[in-house]
Design a protein. Structure first.
Lengths: 306, 259
């Protein structure tokens, strides 16, 4: 077990390192002179030179990378070109909003998807089976930002039930969470439907049924248990997908989260902020993958040998 | 299901050429938005016919999707074949790179890349392609791993065929069915991602019609002219659904397992 853990952690760390390298290189390619971005276009050459020296831009690349890494190790993600504030602070400020949106959507979508999937899995070959497949296919093809707009139109404009956008009350959470939650729902419903459905067809289930095990218990203890592993794995891996979904949803609803922060950073070519947000999300994804891997190793010891 | 898919795709293709009459930016009246029919889908705030813009948008979406797909395919298949064939350190390294790309949430990575390169008709597919090759790589690698031990491959190696020859003439053809399916599904993904990027403002630049950008441009007019937002969205959805269906249909025909 310890060996497995170690290998996983080492792998995660090396991936993180690789990510920093890519970001570092990417950042250097951005067509914006950092000194000018900070000081403004009218600054005199001395100020620019001073800024560059301060940022260490006059050093060879390798040295700059080393400097970058040491800063990261201390949790310093640099300062925004535009506002001058610490990137780490900006991220910390926006994180709760994104976490709220992301987790709510995931919870709602997952639970609804799980329930629906389980319901239809038992009814393979019926109208429900077809319905689930069709609805999820269509649902997954709808662009999230469009769905968001539609929801706003129907519920905010026409029915005047919910607020348009922003981040003030709990009601404000409903529409964005529904938008993102729907996307999650289609995904999980489909997945659960297929996997639990497969599990239900397996021999051990038929045996149990032949033995006279009552239906409900059958579903929960036997079928679900075994399908649970891939499902839980998926949950962990979905974090990456959530981060992407969050970018669009937050933009539609003007939700002050990390997604919107990233977009704003790109538009203002605020390099440290851009790199910082991507790095942070990557780290999040890595951590959740690691957790999933560990859980997986615990639940299914066979994995540890691989 | 397959028939439906093919019909949808076939419908998208003729759109490309059939709407040459009104050039993309037809200035009809100087008047702002006009309701539904008269023009089949109405006009937008600049007096342009919505239907024409959507039709031309199809051309944009399809080409961006196709280019992105082609790039992903080439990169992914190459990496997958090399990785699966050589195994060992090469494999480990390449798969680590795959993990690397996968760790960064796609959209975030895309917007960063868009900042680095100026958005144009060429850079958008380039960027999407650079990020999307991982599925190809993984699937192809898996298939190569199993194909590698087949008799004809072993025989070729025994006869002294070079690595390159084996990969190109023997392994590649075996991998094609799976790749084709992925390509169709990938197209649907590419269209969706392109729409998202365009919505954020990082897609294809101005006069070229783009469905995603149409949605964001007319968001504010939703209350008065809902069709301006609804139509492009429907178009995007249909495009995505269409290719998904093609993908599934192909899976059934080719008998390969879906990844």
């Amino acid at each position: 077990m310890a060996g497995y853990l170690l290998r996983r952690v080492v792998r995660a760390l090396s991936t993180l390192l690789g990510t920093t390298l890519i970001l570092f290189l990417l950042v250097r390619v951005v067509p914006a002179d950092p000194a000018v971005s900070i000081a403004g276009p009218k600054a005199d050459p001395e100020t620019l030179a001073a800024i560059r020296k301060d940022l260490g831009l006059d050093q060879p690349v390798a040295v700059q990378y080393a400097r970058y890494l040491s800063q990261l190790a201390r949790g310093d993600l640099g300062r925004s070109y535009v506002t001058g504030r610490r990137v780490a602070d900006l991220i910390g400020q926006r994180l709760p909003a994104t976490a709220l949106l992301g987790l709510t959507s995931l919870a709602v979508g997952f639970l609804a998807g799980l329930a629906t999937g389980m319901f239809t899995a038992a009814r393979r070959g019926s109208a429900w089976d077809l319905a689930v497949l069709v609805v999820t296919l269509v649902g997954l093809s709808l662009p999230t930002f469009w769905v968001g707009n539609l929801l706003v139109y129907v519920f905010s404009h026409r029915l005047r039930l919910l607020p348009l956008q922003g981040y003030a009350t709990w009601w404000h959470l409903v529409l964005p969470a529904t938008t993102l939650g729907l996307a999650e729902f289609y995904f999980y419903a489909r997945f659960v439907h297929t996997h639990v459905g497969d599990a239900l067809g397996a021999d051990y289930v038929r045996t149990a049924r032949a033995k006279g095990v009552p239906s409900v218990r059958l579903y929960v203890r036997h079928a679900l248990r075994n399908a649970l592993i891939p499902i839980v794995t998926l949950l962990g891996l979905d974090i990456a997908g959530l981060m992407s979904g969050v970018v669009l949803t937050e933009t539609v609803f003007n939700w002050p989260g990390l997604g919107r922060l990233a977009v704003q950073a790109v538009f203002s070519l605020d390099v440290p902020l851009m790199a910082g947000t991507v790095l942070f999300s990557a780290a999040l994804v890595l951590v959740s993958n690691l957790v999933v891997d560990i859980l997986y190793g615990v639940v299914d010891p066979r994995v540890q040998r691989g | 299901m397959l028939v439906l898919a093919l019909v949808v795709i076939a419908a998208a293709a003729p759109l490309l050429t059939s709407y040459d009459p009104a050039a993309i930016v037809v200035q009809h009246y100087a008047g702002p938005q006009a309701p539904g029919p008269g023009h089949p889908l109405g006009t937008d705030t600049l007096g342009r016919d919505v239907w024409t813009r959507i039709a031309y948008g199809a051309r944009t979406s399809l080409s961006v999707g196709a280019l992105a797909m082609a790039l992903s395919l080439v990169i992914g298949v190459t990496i997958g074949v090399v990785s699966g064939y050589f195994g060992g350190l090469v494999d480990a390294t390449l798969m680590w790179v795959v993990d690397l790309v996968l760790t960064m949430p796609t959209l975030l990575l895309l917007i960063v890349l868009s900042a680095v390169l100026p958005p144009s008709l060429l850079t958008v597919p380039l960027v999407i392609g650079l990020v999307g090759w991982t599925t190809f790589a993984r699937t192809v690698r898996g298939e190569v791993l199993s194909l590698r031990e087949r008799d004809y491959v072993v025989a070729a190696r025994a006869l002294g065929a070079s690595h390159a020859r084996i990969m190109w003439r023997h392994l590649l053809p075996g991998v094609i069915p799976g790749v084709v399916v992925l390509a169709a599904l990938g197209m649907s993904g590419a269209i969706g991602i392109d729409a998202g990027l365009s919505y954020l403002g990082l897609g294809v630049p101005h006069p070229t019609p783009s469905w995603g950008r149409m949605v964001s441009e007319f968001q504010t007019y939703f209350a008065v002219a809902p069709w301006l937002v609804v139509m492009p969205g429907v178009a995007i959805s249909l495009g995505v659904i269409g290719f998904n269906l093609v993908g599934y249909g192909l899976t059934d025909i080719l008998g390969t397992r879906r990844s």
